[in-house]
Design a protein around this ligand. Structure first.
Ligand code: KG4
Ligand code: ZN
Length: 335
C-alpha cells in the first residue's frame, strides 16, 4: 500500500493505492487561484502547495481509512514540472517517509500518466501504443513494459492542452481552457468554422499545435464572432482540428508499429469529442483502445502510486538524495 504525493503544477494531490486499487484520491485544484492571471504562476503555485500538502495527505489517509504507519512506502513526483512546486511535494514526501520510517519512491510525472492505465479493473497490459496529451506534453509512446517507454513522436511546439488553453484565452473563455472550449463547442458546428488540420499529410509521427493557434488568432482578429452561435462554431472547429490531428497521428502510429492496443492519457484525454473519436476508432479497427478513466486524466496522485509499484523504493538515508528536475528526460525510438 503506497501513499503518493503529486505537486508538479497547480494541483495538490495525494492518494493511497494498493496494487491496482485506489483507496483514496484527493485532488485540491488551484485553478481558481490562478484564473485571474490567465495561467499558472509558479511562485503562487509553490506557496499554495505548501499550505495544502499537509491537509491533502491527511484527507487521503482518512478517505482510505489507514494510518501512515500502515502504508508500505511513500511515493512522490520528482519531475518534470515547475521546480518550486515539485520541491514542496518532494520535501513533504521525504518528511513523511523519514518520520514514519518508510522508504521513498521517486516517480516521473509522465510515467505516472502512462501508469494511470494500470489502475482499476480495465487495466491494460504492455506492450501498447500510448498517446499522452496534457498541458505540458503531447507524446506518442511505445510502452514496452510497466516501467519502460520510448518516444515515437512529439509536439514540435505547443502541447495539445496548451493549444486548448491558449485558444480559450483568445476566445475570452479564461483559464483552464480545455473544459471551457469543450463546453462551448457542444453548442457549435465544426463544419461552419474549419481549420487546417495540423501536420496533415506530413511524414513521421511528430505533432504541432502552434499553427492552429495562430490561425485562430488571425481568424478572430479578421472576423470577430458576430454572435454566441458564431463563437461556438469557432470553438467547435478549433477543437475538431486538434482532435483530428491527435487521432490521425495515432492511427498512423498504429500502422507503423503494428500495436494492437492503445492507451490514451493526460488532461486532454478527458475531452469528450476525443473520447468519442477514439471509441469510433476502436469500433472500426477492432483495436483495443483504453482511455484513462476521467478521474485519472488530469493530474492526480493515484497515477503516481500506480507507477511507483514498478520502481525501486529508497530506504533512509538514500531517500534524502532524491531530487526534483524541471525538464523531461525522454528516451526516443526511431521506427
Ligand atoms: O495532465 P494535466 O492535468 O496537466 C499536465 O500535466 O499538463 O493536463 C492539463 C491540460 C490543460 O491544458 C487542460 O486545458 C487540458 O489538460 N484539459 C482538456 C480538458 N480537460 C483538461 N483539454 C481538452 N478537453 C478537456 N475536457
Ligand atoms: Zn500531467
Amino acid at each position: 500500500m503506497i501513499l503518493a504525493i503529486e505537486t508538479s503544477c497547480d494541483e495538490t494531490c495525494a492518494a493511497v493505492v494498493d496494487g491496482t486499487a485506489v483507496l483514496a484520491n484527493v485532488v485540491a485544484s488551484q485553478a481558481l487561484l490562478h484564473r485571474r492571471f490567465g495561467g499558472v504562476v509558479p511562485e503562487v503555485a509553490s506557496r499554495r502547495h505548501l499550505e495544502l500538502v499537509g491537509p491533502v495527505v491527511q484527507a487521503a489517509l482518512a478517505d482510505a481509512g489507514v494510518t501512515l504507519a500502515e502504508v508500505t512506502a511513500v511515493a512522490v513526483t520528482v519531475g518534470p514540472g515547475l521546480i518550486g512546486a515539485l520541491l514542496v511535494g518532494v520535501s513533504a514526501a521525504k518528511a513523511y517517509a523519514y518520520g514514519a520510517g518508510k522508504p521513498l519512491i521517486a516517480v516521473d510525472h509522465l510515467h505516472g500518466h502512462v501508469a494511470s492505465l494500470f489502475l482499476g479493473p480495465d487495466a491494460i497490459e504492455p506492450p501498447f501504443l500510448c498517446l499522452l496529451a496534457s498541458g505540458g506534453h503531447t507524446l506518442l509512446l511505445d510502452v514496452s513494459d510497466h516501467r519502460t517507454f520510448h518516444v515515437l513522436g512529439r509536439s514540435l511546439d505547443d502541447a495539445a492542452g496548451e493549444a486548448f488553453d491558449k485558444g480559450a484565452r483568445l476566445l475570452g473563455l479564461g483559464y483552464p481552457g480545455g473544459v471551457a472550449i469543450e463546453a462551448l463547442a457542444r453548442n457549435g458546428r465544426a463544419t461552419r468554422a474549419t481549420f487546417t488540420i495540423p501536420m496533415a499529410g506530413r511524414d513521421g509521427l511528430d505533432l504541432s499545435f502552434s499553427g492552429v493557434k495562430t490561425a485562430l488568432a488571425t481568424r478572430l482578429a479578421a472576423r470577430p464572432p458576430a454572435s454566441d452561435d458564431d463563437r461556438a462554431d469557432v470553438a467547435a472547429g478549433y477543437q475538431e482540428a486538434i482532435v483530428e490531428s491527435l487521432v490521425s497521428r495515432l492511427e498512423r502510429a498504429l500502422k507503423m508499429t503494428g500495436h494492437q492496443r492503445v492507451g490514451v492519457v493526460g488532461g486532454v484525454a478527458a475531452n469528450g469529442r476525443l473520447r468519442a473519436r477514439l471509441a469510433a476508432l476502436a469500433e472500426r479497427s477492432g483495436i483495443t483502445v483504453r482511455v484513462a478513466p476521467l478521474a485519472y486524466c488530469g493530474d492526480n496522485a493515484a497515477m503516481i502510486g500506480s507507477a511507483a509499484r514498478f520502481l525501486e523504493p529508497q530506504p533512509f538515508p538514500a531517500l534524502l538524495a532524491i531530487d526534483a528536475y524541471p525538464r523531461a528526460t525522454l528516451k526516443v525510438k526511431s521506427l
